[in-house]
Design a binder for this molecule. Structure first.
Ligand SMILES: *Cc1c(COP(=O)(O)O)cnc(C)c1O
Length: 372
């Protein structure tokens, strides 16, 4: 029998680009010939203050690590009621917000369905769309990185020539506020226009603690709005993987059916609960990061070959000008043990995204940049 398993791979998966691994921090520091503690890691928007010290204490004492976690994350969702002002029925917890992006797509997408993405933005939306066989309509952001709402409306208005036959009715519109990688906000009026369209709007608020304007409450008024948030950035739990979302009743009841029962580990549920208990301290760190960001913005703006964009997050996007290349700057910084995010996509040519670290780290980066 001539049997080739390779031919049975789902076509949309077979045609995906090969996986390029992200190097673990320890391997990276070895390559740079430095101790991990001697590296200023500003490439993944991680929290330089780390988790609440109470998290490590609670994890060290956790008694039931040999027992499967609560599939409903009851205690954590109850704590989130207080934090978000939404009833627990609206809330679902995931293994990071990333899991909820994928779950949402799995809920709505059949291969060939279309979704609207607004690049430049977070890469996981396109990644999960590819994995789920969605056709992505990219409605590019304007030069100031605001969403092009007129163009999104026009996608729904008529048959058009985007290479997709027939009238296009995208099932999902994905927007991010504040947006990664530039840090800009989506205004209330624009969000309302999107919510008036016949599609589900997924609003990713991963950085909302740094901007202070959550729209999670809107889920109660809009049957087509999903809002995602995470503990990775403001609470410093990126390594423990806890995110959550608010979903309308008619959507969340189906998500419960398709999520893995034990998706969020005991450690993540516990760490997230402790973080909410200790949020005074953690939001204090957020305020420090915002202050450091504003100071660092001023430093960047004073360097004539750099153009920083105003940000409502824990990072700053900066355009490299004056005949210099972002890729070279990235290399020079890496040689000094400072890691920043570099983009090679055309829309972000010669841009770097710099996460906001500790004040001393940003002062060091500032002086290195001034000398380059
Ligand atoms: C970091 C980030 C996330 C990822 O959140 P996790 O909870 O760590 O999976 C989601 N959305 C955006 C826009 C992000 O930048």
């Amino acid at each position: 029998m001539n049997f080739n398993p390779n031919r049975m791979i789902r076509p949309n998966v077979a045609s995906l680009k090969p996986y390029t691994p992200i190097l673990p921090f320890e391997v990276l520091s070895q390559q740079l010939g430095r101790q991990p503690t001697d590296i200023i890691k500003l490439d993944a928007n991680e929290n330089p203050y780390g988790p609440s010290p109470l998290v490590a204490e609670a994890l060290a004492e956790a008694p039931f690590l040999h027992i499967y976690p609560d599939p409903e994350c009851r205690e954590l969702r109850q704590a989130l009621v207080d934090y978000t002002g939404l009833e627990a029925e609206y809330l679902l917890v995931g293994l990071g917000a990333d899991e909820l992006i994928d779950l949402t797509m799995r809920l709505f997408i059949e291969p060939g369905d279309t979704i609207i993405n607004c690049p430049p933005t977070f890469g996981m939306y396109a990644f999960d769309a590819d994995v789920n066989g969605a056709q992505v309509i990219n409605v590019w952001r304007q030069p100031d990185f605001s969403i092009n709402v007129d163009e999104i409306e026009s996608v729904f208005a008529a048959d058009d020539d985007r290479g997709i036959k027939g009238r296009i009715t995208p099932k999902l519109i994905i927007v991010t506020s504040p947006n990664n990688p530039d840090g800009s906000l989506l205004g209330d009026d624009d969000l309302k226009r999107l919510l008036a369209l016949p599609a589900v709007v997924m609003l990713d608020e991963a950085y909302v603690e740094f901007s202070g304007e959550s729209r999670m409450q809107w889920v109660k008024q809009h049957h087509n709005l999903i809002v995602l948030r995470t503990f990775s950035k403001w609470a410093g739990l990126a390594g423990l993987r806890v995110g959550y979302g608010a979903f309308p009743p008619d959507i969340i009841k189906h998500l419960w059916k398709i999520k893995q029962p034990y998706n969020v580990p005991v450690t993540g549920q516990l760490a997230a609960r402790i973080s909410l208990d200790d949020r005074g301290r953690l939001l204090g760190n957020v305020a420090k990061i915002v202050e450091t960001r504003e100071n660092f913005y001023t430093t960047l703006a004073q360097i004539d070959w750099l153009k920083p964009y105003p940000s409502h997050t824990n990072f700053i996007l900066v355009k490299v000008e004056g005949g210099r290349r972002a890729v070279d700057i990235r290399q020079k910084l890496a040689g000094r043990g400072i890691l920043v995010r570099y983009y090679d996509s055309p829309a972000l040519a010669d841009h770097l995204r710099i996460s906001v670290g500790l004040p001393g780290q940003m002062a060091r980066l500032g002086s290195v940049l001034q000398q380059l």
